[in-house]
Ligand binder design. Structure first.
Ligand code: SAH
Length: 473
């Protein structure tokens, strides 16, 4: 370790900053954020820096740097493009044992500025010791996305209750358990949702509660179509704090891999006609585990509120007064159309889009085909692979042109994605030969023509010799 990370208390401390340009401005911004009393010396000071100094009672010294300016300072920073001047500042400061930083010259620094993720009072500092600053910044960007911005509020809340919790629990172990429950449970979730007062009330109630009974919570989370990078930050965060995960067949293995390692994983189905656990059973499981105090993740393919029966599961939870939250996911229509280069709407082709289920009840469907065949409208069929002959026949019978383009997108967004293009007349027959696998989405409408131009991902099933696949570069 070339540098020991330390956090300096700069509140009220005099700091000398040599230089008045944009680099000096960046340093001054950080220093004032930490409450330092900043003196800037330079022949020229840029207006923003001047303004900042005025705002934070800093000092602007227009003129030449000289050694006496170091008197009484606790920290020195040189941010000029004059190498000789930078070296002089370094020399003078080290002679007086003052910590000094010369921007972009690690050799002249006795301390360095780390890349910072600021969720004050939580601050994360990352440094490569001046060797790979870009890498440190990339790592910072990762952490920025991973640490919710409301961590500031959360840590302030903890700070306010620290003494009360210490007074209430005598052992460190009890306190640790208490805080872990707060920080990974409903109270933290309230803070993340911006409901600070409710969070505080719940924390008070938890402190006063003498029982050991805790209700859990259910997270109904959309896992998206398969590509794990299409998850939301919120989905990922909840996936990593759940105690138990109930997941569907539609959730891709790569997404499942991202759940907390020591969570209990329960597969509840359902592939077509093969429900590992019937819907009523799933509802009961959710209630049972939440009542036992667990954080239950209900992970569903795509979006939980689009052909996902998410609504029914929540109604059941509501009946039992179990707290829940819902996280939207990218639904198959959106994901498959984008990954197949088929915009669902387009000024010249379609001004509206319908999402419908192609599932048949007793070999027929309740769909209102009169409405579906409206011109300038894209139709997306979920769960339509098995009823494709029926759907295309009915669309034609109700007046849709027989040569309306249609596409099947199988396993959209996954490495095995395949797209088959045809028309209402021949798409079912082509699928009969190509045998694309579920899950598959059917898109009907003129917009499908754009696929020729805009396809960019996965493989195309050739139309003439259906057995061939055309890899996309
Ligand atoms: N809630 C899900 C839909 C569940 S219904 C969502 O919002 O996406 C199941 C149907 O979704 C499947 O029959 C298929 O039509 C479609 N589907 C889901 N994921 C898919 C994928 N990766 N590729 C193609 N179709 C998919």
């Amino acid at each position: 370790m070339d540098y020991l990370p330390l956090f300096f208390r700069l509140e009220g401390q005099p700091v000398l900053l040599v230089g008045g340009g944009s680099v000096a401005l960046r340093k001054a911004t950080l220093l004032t954020r930490a409450g330092a009393k900043v003196s800037v010396v330079s022949h020229e000071i840029c207006p923003e820096l001047d303004e900042l100094l005025a705002q934070y009672q800093g000092e602007a010294i227009i003129g030449e740097y000289h050694t006496a300016l170091l008197d009484g300072k606790g920290l020195v920073i040189a941010a000029t493009d004059d190498n000789d001047l930078n070296s002089r500042v370094h020399f003078d400061a080290t002679e007086r044992n003052l910590p000094v930083n010369v921007v972009d010259s690690p050799d002249l620094c006795t301390f360095i500025f780390p890349a910072i993720v600021d969720r004050s009072p939580i601050v994360v500092a990352i440094s490569s010791g001046g060797k790979a600053p870009v890498l440190a910044r990339l790592l910072r960007a990762k952490l920025e996305t991973w640490i919710p911005s409301s961590y500031s509020h959360l840590s302030s809340l903890v700070g306010r209750f620290r003494h009360a919790v210490k007074a209430r629990f005598s052992t460190t172990n009890q306190r640790r358990i208490f805080w872990e429950e707060v920080l990974q449970g409903q109270i933290a979730e309230k803070v993340f949702a911006g409901r600070h007062d409710e969070a505080e009330q719940m924390l008070r109630a938890k402190l006063d509660d003498n029982t050991d009974r805790h209700t859990g919570e259910v997270y109904l989370v959309g896992a998206g179509p398969g590509d794990p990078e299409l998850l939301t930050f919120k989905a990922l965060r909840l996936m990593q704090q759940a105690d138990i995960v109930l997941y569907d067949a539609l959730v891709s293995p790569k997404v499942i891999d991202l759940c907390r390692r020591d969570a209990d994983m329960v597969f509840v189905g359902k592939k077509r006609d093969n429900h590992a656990v019937p819907q009523e059973g799933i509802n009961e499981l959710l209630v049972k585990h939440a009542q036992a105090g667990k954080r239950v993740l209900r992970l569903k393919g795509g979006d939980p509120f689009i052909f996902g029966r998410g609504g029914e599961e929540l109604q059941k939870l509501k009946e039992h007064n179990i707290p829940f939250q819902v996280v939207p996911g990218i639904t198959a229509a959106s994901a498959c159309s984008t990954y197949a280069g088929i915009p669902l709407t387009h000024r010249n082709y379609a001004q509206s889009v319908r999402f419908v289920t192609g599932q048949l009840k007793n070999r027929t469907s309740d769909l209102n085909f009169e409405e579906l065949v409206h011109p300038n409208q894209t139709i997306v069929f979920y769960m339509g692979l098995h009823s494709l002959p029926h759907l295309s026949r009915e669309l034609i019978r109700h007046g849709k042109s027989a040569d309306t383009p249609a596409a099947i997108v199988s396993r959209g967004t996954r490495p095995e994605q395949k797209v088959l293009i045809g028309t209402l007349t021949d798409i079912a027959e082509k699928q009969e030969q190509a045998q694309l696998e579920a899950p598959a989405l059917i898109i009907v409408g003129e917009v499908v023509e754009l696929h020729d131009d805009l396809a960019w991902f996965g493989e195309e099933v050739l139309q003439e010799h259906q057995a061939d696949l055309l890899p996309r570069s």
